[in-house]
Design a protein around this ligand. Structure first.
Ligand code: IMP
Length: 174
């Protein structure tokens, strides 16, 4: 395992992302974060704690890579949000944007619920892997085409609990 981003680096970036988000919305408006399970839960937990008391949250779950390091391109909704999104400032909180297929699916689905605004925050982005153009307003780090784990991201459900983000040695998943 090679460390790509350590915990202090991630923390510092999240604090500045949170400040940027806060300054983009009128001061008294609620900001409703929708975390994408499972990978996005660690990022979500740190992001909300770097934000002010006007933040509210919900979760949604979609299927992603099943025991593999490559996306099948098929997205399945496993759990919907609990509360209505109509008229709210919504931000989708994702761990990583790879091909962009998952996010496109989520954005289309949530936009249809008439939020007042809809934006996306992702901790990591792999721009070279995009299959579809997708808008992401807040990106923590852009990275190269490497399969990464840790800080919520898994390989076959493992390594989500690592405090940093690392690259697995190729023989682990090739
Ligand atoms: P996309 O639909 O191809 O953009 O894939 C998005 C989802 O794939 C993410 O939410 C992750 O769950 C998963 N994913 C993409 N790249 C990686 C990676 O490098 N490590 C772990 N999971 C990844």
């Amino acid at each position: 395992m090679t460390v790509l981003l350590d915990a202090p680096q991630i923390h510092e970036r999240i604090v500045s992302l949170a400040a940027e988000i806060e300054s983009d919305y009128p001061p008294d408006d609620e900001i409703h974060l929708v975390g994408v399970l499972k990978g996005g839960f660690v990022f979500m937990a740190d992001l909300i704690r770097a934000m002010s008391a006007r933040v509210t949250l919900d979760f949604i779950a979609v299927s992603s890579y099943q025991q593999s390091t490559r996306s099948s391109g098929e997205v399945r909704l496993l759990k919907d949000v609990d509360a209505r999104l109509e008229g709210r400032h919504v931000i989708i909180v994702e761990d990583i944007v790879d091909t962009g297929l998952t996010l496109t699916y989520l954005q289309d689905m949530l936009r249809a619920r008439a939020p007042r605004s809809l934006k996306t925050a992702c901790l990591l982005s792999k721009p070279s892997r995009r299959k579809v153009e997708v808008q992401v307003e807040y990106v923590g780090f852009s990275i190269e085409d490497r399969f990464v784990v840790g800080y919520g991201l898994d390989y076959a459900e493992r390594y989500r609990n690592l405090r940093g983000v690392g690259v697995l040695a190729p023989h682990v998943y090739a």
